[in-house]
Design a protein around this ligand. Structure first.
Ligand SMILES: [Zn+2]
Length: 79
């Protein structure tokens, strides 16, 4: 008895999950950005990221230090 019914269950595969990838600062292997958080500093809050690579290296660094990070910063002229 065949239970394969085309169309009965269609998996919603609209694309890969939203995983941010970068390269490991130590070995250059693909690394996943696991979390983002903001740490206060003397110069104001700085967004940090936790990065874990496939070689099990992990780092916490400012998001600006990521090689791929090209955030479009608003050009403010405060101060
Ligand atoms: Zn690594």
């Amino acid at each position: 008895m065949s239970t394969a019914r085309p169309g009965a269950y269609r998996r919603v595969a609209a694309g890969p999950p939203a995983i941010a990838l970068t390269s490991c600062p130590a070995c250059g292997s693909p690394a996943e950005i696991q979390s983002r958080f903001v740490l206060e500093s003397t110069g104001g809050p700085i967004e940090h990221v936790k990065v874990a690579c496939v070689q099990r290296h992990w780092f916490v660094m400012p998001s600006d230090a990521l090689c791929w990070a090209r955030r479009v910063a608003p050009t403010t002229t405060d101060g």
